[in-house]
Design a protein around this ligand. Structure first.
Ligand code: ACO
Length: 356
């Protein structure tokens, strides 16, 4: 079987820089609180109504294609990861396909709903398609326009201050070089605590899961024999229930356990050790999580790339944006061992080991 490699990488960050200070004008928070708990100083927000998750993804994808030496028309398959899609359906994959003008070829498009680990999942899928010879050019994109769906009142401060907008993309191609390419990917999930980091409304659940897990919140659903108003109830609108929610400390504890676990699992399979890692690109969840993971793995500062200070948590986009930035800064050279790792809502987590 062939190996697959990352042949081109690109990213897109919207121009508007939003400081912590700016957020203090709309909610009860402080620059000190945000920096101390998350390390975040600024994040980017896209231009409302002028930029979307798919349009930002297209910008990152164009750069990745150019660097891979191909035209978007050469793409055989698109994998698009996001939790902030333009539409409930269809997915961002086809919208970006249209934006890139590659509709004529009828390349396949797949959307991934795996939140923070979406890009690592997407890369693993691309790897399987490419190494089995099914496709030659697979475009994997992670993109988020969080700023359109956050609660900017004090009620939403624990979540809102963390997230930012942006996109990253890679082109995955086959390689004959035995010393290069994706060595392994590891993917995991556990739905036991699905609601601990979630965006449950609007949805067609009708309170089903809430009842099963003993959550007594009244979501305002009409009687069971009434149809319509299934996705959004008046109560949800009136009481601000249409936003993401997160049990921060629960997420933190699980993240610092699963990140090292899934990294060690990949290293073990490849017969490598943490000392072999040239660059770890962790999902930029929270600087405190990355620092703890670094400590637990015994890695030096120059072995871990962090940019959450400037971009916040961009969920599915964070790994490709960080990978692109580290590569552009010359910190990833041919032959280097690069480890990607992510953990997030679901919970889902994964890792990828790449010989650059
Ligand atoms: N500004 C000021 N005060 C705040 C803010 C804010 N933005 N947000 C919450 N607080 C307050 C709370 O209301 C609470 O006040 P109280 O003690 O009077 O009730 C106090 O700060 C502490 O709240 P906690 O939620 O317990 O704060 P914690 O120390 O856990 O920090 C945080 C919150 C940063 C989210 C932390 O739990 C964390 O990092 N968790 C990991 C989750 C994470 O990083 N998620 C990222 C997205 S998920 C992912 O990518 C994997």
């Amino acid at each position: 079987m062939k190996r697959s490699k990352i042949a081109g990488i690109g990213s897109y960050l919207p121009e508007r820089i939003v400081t912590n200070e700016e957020l203090t004008k709309v909610m009860d928070t402080t620059d000190e609180w945000i920096q101390e708990r998350t390390g975040i100083q600024t994040r980017r927000y896209g231009v409302k109504h002028k930029e979307t998750t798919s349009s930002m993804g297209a910008k990152a994808a164009r750069v990745a294609c150019e660097r891979a030496g191909i035209s978007p028309n050469d793409i055989d398959f698109i994998i698009f990861a996001t939790l902030s899609p333009d539409y409930y359906f269809p997915g961002c994959g086809v919208l970006m396909q249209r934006e890139l003008g590659i509709t004529g070829k009828e390349a396949g498009a797949l959307d991934i709903r795996n939140q923070c680990s979406g890009f690592v999942y997407g890369l693993s899928i691309a790897d399987q398609f490419v190494k089995t010879g099914m496709y030659k050019n697979v475009l994997v994109v992670g993109s988020e326009m969080h700023s359109m769906g956050l609660d900017f009142s004090t009620r939403g401060r624990n979540v809102t201050v963390i997230f930012g907008d942006g996109a990253g993309a890679v082109v995955v191609q086959p390689t004959d070089d035995p010393d290069q390419g994706i060595l392994t990917t590891k993917l995991h999930s556990d739905g036991t605590y699905a609601e601990k980091l979630s965006f449950v409304n609007p949805g067609a659940h009708g309170g089903y899961h809430q009842e099963r897990i003993g959550d007594t919140t009244d979501l305002g659903y009409p009687p069971a024999d009434t149809y319509g108003e299934i996705f959004i109830t008046q109560k949800m609108k009136d009481e601000g229930m249409l936003y993401p929610n997160m049990e921060g400390q629960f997420v933190f504890k699980l993240a610092i356990q699963k990140f090292p676990e899934v990294i060690q699992e990949a290293l073990k399979e490849a017969g490598l050790q943490t000392t072999d890692i040239n660059m770890l690109i962790p999902h930029q969840a929270n600087l405190r999580i990355s620092q703890m993971v670094q400590r637990l793995l015994g890695l030096r500062d120059d072995q871990v790339w962090n940019n959450i200070q400037r971009y916040g948590n961009t969920t599915a986009a964070s790994v490709p944006i960080a990978l692109c930035e580290a590569w552009e800064a010359g910190k990833i050279q041919k032959g280097d061992l690069v480890c990607l790792a992510a953990f997030g809502s679901g919970f889902t987590w994964g890792s990828a080991l790449i010989r650059w």
